[in-house]
Design a protein around this ligand. Structure first.
Ligand SMILES: [Zn+2]
Length: 118
């Protein structure tokens, strides 16, 4: 039912997947030892994936220092949210910073400036 998850968690998961993908790709390169060019390409792609995930981790660190810390009304744990609407990190309870959106149907599009109401 709830497919929406906390944005910080989502990006963190993506970075983690990217690290594993990078390792798998580099490992895959070992099967092409007979062909140094293919192996180098595999190693390079894997290396770039790991570098990219490091950058994402760094970016997440900056984002989470700027994120608003709130206490979730559902599980009363502290959570961090990005944008006007986000989900709780622990229970995925939809949260909003905008009182005008309180009690509204949860919609990720509220984060876009274009759709927001005055
Ligand atoms: Zn919660």
């Amino acid at each position: 039912m709830l497919t929406f998850t906390n944005k910080i968690n989502k990006i963190r998961t993506f970075a983690l997947v990217l690290i594993f993908a990078g390792i798998v790709i580099m490992y895959g390169g070992l099967f092409f030892q007979a062909n140094p060019l293919v192996m180098t390409i595999f190693m390079l792609i894997g290396f770039l994936a790991i570098i990219a995930s490091t950058v994402i981790y760094f970016w997440i660190g900056m984002l989470s220092s700027k994120a608003v810390q709130v206490t979730c009304p559902e599980c009363s744990k502290p959570t961090k949210m990005l944008g006007r609407v986000d989900a709780c990190m622990h229970c995925n309870e939809p949260l909003t910073l905008d009182p005008a959106l309180e009690g509204e149907e949860f919609d990720e599009s509220y984060n876009s400036k274009r759709k927001s109401r005055k």
